[in-house]
Design a protein around this ligand. Structure first.
Ligand SMILES: [Ca+2]
Length: 356
């Protein structure tokens, strides 16, 4: 009964086996069933689906893409009309982890398993990482750390349909709809350019794709073919994945001479809690911090006088821990806005650099 009510009326809604059984029904039974079906139609009008509107007619933004000549209306409608919103995606978007204190957040990423596998990956990709470093001027351990944090080195790249996820968020998540509408557009353009089947690709609940979990717009801009086969295969080729990460970092002005972050020793510094930067957008040249008495202790890599710097605090079990963070730290926050994210990338990279 439920099946009949939700199925379009002009289509056979019975699975094959049930269909076979119905062949044995007598004519009078069939008429009786038809009668009851008509009654249901009369008394339960609200439960019947409205005639489905074509997506390009339903959503102005889709119509606009067609008007601009970016997509064929028929192609879009065929792709999008069968999709239903994915409630799991909406639930996950709304339940995004409240900002956990750093020491709890870190546990998900900095653990023996991820460090050991990262070291194996550093070794098994050594040659390609050297070529990448030569071309993009970014350190291998940072590239591999981002790969490790994003997908455990390609082991977990998400298993949700990218198309359905992005359409769900573009059409049913008002808080960030314009953002996801643009990501859906970029995804569809990518599919056309790369000859990908939009229905085939899987990704995260936010629509991030590939082993480095880039959003489609970022991927379209920064992904590269480094294996030389002419395809940006961010799903299977570790050379393409690693070079794409490096291409992003280089594109955001990674400075190979500068540090990312340096933890501050409170015993040799002024009261750090009063000096904290309001945000990473208010970085000041390192020399201004020096003039305020900030002491980095003895470190291998000192920043240049004009290196942009900010003072941040992350929560440890014993209380706040303070760091001077520099331009490269901000580059990582262009990948993911969270300072905690940038700091786990830096910690994992440190562990990988020390690799035996
Ligand atoms: Ca390739």
């Amino acid at each position: 009964m439920t099946r009949n009510r939700t199925a379009p009326q002009d289509e056979p809604s019975q699975p094959v086996e049930q269909g076979r059984k119905s062949l044995r029904l007598t004519d009078s039974c069939r008429h009786l069933l038809l009668f009851f079906a008509c009654l249901l139609t009369l008394y339960l009008p609200l439960s019947l689906p409205a005639a489905p509107l074509e997506p390009t007619a339903q959503h102005e933004w889709l119509a606009e893409w067609v008007k601009r000549g970016e997509f064929d209306a028929h192609w879009l409608n065929e792709l999008l009309a069968p999709l239903t919103p994915d409630s799991k995606v909406l639930r996950l978007m709304d339940s995004q982890a409240e900002a956990k204190p750093y020491y709890l957040y870190r546990r998900n990423f900095i653990n023996e398993r991820r460090i050991q596998r990262g070291r194996v990956m550093m070794r098994s990709n050594r040659a390609v990482l050297q070529r990448i470093q030569k071309q993009f001027h970014v350190p291998p351990e940072v590239v591999v750390a981002l790969w490790g944090v994003e997908s455990h080195y390609g082991q977990h790249s998400g298993s949700l349909s990218v198309l359905r996820t992005l359409y769900t968020l573009a059409a049913n998540y008002p808080r960030r709809a314009p953002f996801f509408q643009e990501e859906l557009r970029q995804f569809l353009l990518l599919c056309l350019e790369e000859n990908w089947d939009p229905n085939e690709l899987e990704g995260s609940y936010a629509g991030a794709i590939g082993q480095m979990q880039m959003m489609p717009s970022t991927m379209r801009k920064y992904a590269v073919d480094f294996s030389g086969d002419g395809k940006r295969d961010v799903f299977n080729s570790s050379a393409d994945v690693l070079a794409s990460i490096a291409s992003f970092l280089a594109g955001h002005q990674w400075n190979p001479e500068a540090p990312m972050a340096i933890a501050l020793n409170e015993k040799i510094n002024p009261d750090l809690s009063t000096l904290k930067s309001p945000s990473l957008n208010t970085m000041r040249p390192w020399q201004e911090w020096q003039q305020e008495g900030i002491n980095l202790g003895s470190k291998e890599k000192f920043p240049e006088a004009n290196e942009p710097a900010a003072l941040i605090a992350l929560e440890e079990e014993q209380g706040s821990r303070y760091y001077m963070v520099f331009g490269n730290f901000k580059v990582i926050t262009q990948w993911n806005r969270s300072s905690r994210f940038a700091m786990v990338v830096r910690e994992l990279a440190d562990q990988l650099r020390k690799a035996p």
